[in-house]
Design a protein around this ligand. Structure first.
Ligand SMILES: Nc1ncnc2c1ncn2[C@@H]1O[C@H](COP(=O)(O)OP(=O)(O)OP(=O)(O)O)[C@@H](O)[C@H]1O
Ligand SMILES: [Zn+2]
Length: 476
């Protein structure tokens, strides 16, 4: 009997263990063969600002998983849902700031429309496949009339089942009503209560109770509901949109590490209590952070580089970087480890790509190597998979090309219009610095001129710390 195991093992945040992946539909004897689907949900962006390199990581990591699942189970069998959060108080604040003259709802549309469009351009440029479905939260607040679930109805169900209550202009989820609340983040309710430093808001039964619905002022966005005109809390949208397209229990739920608590914990509480199920998703996966000098890259820290800046402007390192370079730079590290973002990492990725391109020029069709697929199938061990690409570069360039394609790297495309490979440029720059040190200026100038003929312009600068000359380059 086919139990759906295809060699894939994934680390489950819920159990803290690496588990053999068997999709639910394959284990369900009642499900017809033709109807079996692998079902994955990943929390998408809140669209009030351009996405940064940190936000790019879940996009890339789960795109690789999506591609691997399509390879293992067949492309048409995998349903990947990634939502767009277009209702949020951060969006409201941005709308009021940027479009002060407009009615708030119109201003919000002016913020969310272009931001969502930019996100699509960014993810295209990173070589990410579009998810199967990209629902928007605002389309799932009020009853829809098409049979799909909605947030107001799910909140009504939670109240009816004794898991939520209205108080102080809000509807709150009662975490005390769920004995195993906290299982994903391994937090115990008692610990949270004992450790609560902030004063408990008077209307809450438990300090951990979270908002499902809150009333809106006249100028704030709002939907009619049994509790008055208001708007949903953040967590409820994912419970509703995942149910709408994947059902009450599905295979994989993903996002960044920061979402484990409270977001995913609260999604689980809502979904399980609304549906009376033992789980919401079989496997919970979380990517590590992109960091800058040891700190999470984030909008609030102000230490971020947007995807757009990196790809389309010369703001990072004085040049533009192709999306595939960022993709490979991310995949050089295992998805659960932190990444320190640096120019050096991008250069390393760019050199690798250039080498692989030269090795695969003109090769024919092939299948990805088995060792490569096995490495990816071991909890997406992309660094081991990349090590296999180094081997294939010499032993089987056609398989190298097919394997790279499996993780979204198209080696058939020229990386840029450069006549000279990045490692050669680096070697020439080093040689030129040697000449300059030896005061052989004629030879140094000759190298500079030769590179310019190849379309490479050098720029000299000083290392702010050591005061030494550093030379960067850009293609012209
Ligand atoms: N530095 C980071 N490294 C890796 N993933 C990140 C990082 N920052 C955010 N993410 C992930 O990006 C996805 C989109 O999240 P969202 O739009 O809510 O960004 P955010 O967390 O609000 O960003 P910020 O932390 O800058 O305010 C989530 O899965 C989140 O976990
Ligand atoms: Zn979510």
């Amino acid at each position: 009997m086919d139990d759906g195991f295809r060699g894939l093992r994934l680390t489950n945040t819920m159990t803290r263990a690496k588990e053999a992946f068997r999709p639910l539909d394959w284990r369900d004897g009642a499900r017809a063969e033709a109807e079996r689907r692998v079902r994955m949900y990943v929390c998408g962006p809140t669209v009030y600002d351009f996405a940064h390199i940190g936000n790019a990581r879940p996009v890339i990591v789960f795109d690789v998983l999506f591609r691997l699942l399509r390879h293992l189970y067949g492309a048409e069998r995998v349903t990947y849902v990634r939502n767009i959060t277009d209702v949020d108080d951060k969006i409201n604040a941005r709308a009021a700031r940027d479009f002060p003259g407009l009615p708030l709802n119109e201003a919000i549309a002016r913020v969310t429309g272009p931001t969502a469009e930019q996100f699509r351009r960014d993810t295209d440029a990173l070589g990410a496949l579009a998810p199967t479905i990209e629902p928007r939260a605002t389309a799932f607040v009020a009853p829809r009339g098409d049979g799909l679930p909605d947030m107001v109805s799910m909140i009504e169900t939670l109240i009816a089942r004794g898991h939520a209550y209205a108080a102080g202009g809000e509807v709150l989820f009662d975490v005390g009503s769920m004995p195993d609340y906290g299982a994903l983040s391994h937090r115990r309710l008692e610990d949270q209560q004992a450790g609560a430093r902030v004063a408990v808001e008077a209307h809450k039964r438990n300090p951990g109770d979270f908002v499902l619905w809150k009333l809106s002022d006249a100028d704030e966005p709002g939907w009619d509901s049994p509790w008055g005109r208001g708007r949903p809390g953040w967590h409820i949208e994912c419970s509703v949109m995942s149910e709408a397209y994947l059902g009450p229990v599905f295979d994989i739920h993903g996002g960044g590490l920061d979402l484990i608590f409270p977001h995913h914990e609260n999604e689980i509480a809502q979904s399980r209590c609304a549906h009376g199920t033992h789980s919401m998703a079989e496997i919970w996966m979380h990517n590590g952070f992109v960091q800058v000098e040891g700190r999470k890259m984030s909008k609030s820290e102000g230490n971020f580089v947007t995807i757009h800046d990196l790809l389309e402007t010369e703001r990072f390192g004085g040049r533009r970087w192709p999306g595939e370079v960022l993709r490979l730079a991310m995949l050089m590290t295992h998805y659960r480890e932190p990444i320190d973002f640096s120019r050096k990492r991008l250069e390393e990725a760019e050199d690798l790509l250039a080498g692989w391109r030269r090795a695969t020029a003109g090769v024919g069709e092939a299948l990805p190597s088995e060792a490569f697929v096995a490495a990816l199938s071991d909890d997406l061990s992309t660094s081991a998979a990349i090590a296999e690409l180094h081997v294939l570069r010499r032993s089987d360039p056609a398989a190298l090309k097919a394997s790279a394609a499996l993780i979204g790297l198209d080696l058939a495309q020229p990386v840029a219009r450069l006549a000279v490979a990045p490692e050669e440029i680096a070697a020439r720059i080093a040689e030129r610095l040697e000449r300059l040190k030896a005061k052989d200026f004629a030879a140094a100038d000759a190298i500079r001129a030769w590179l310019l003929e190849q379309g490479v312009q050098l720029k000299d600068g000083k290392d702010p710390v050591t005061g030494e000359r550093v030379t960067s380059w850009e293609s012209v």
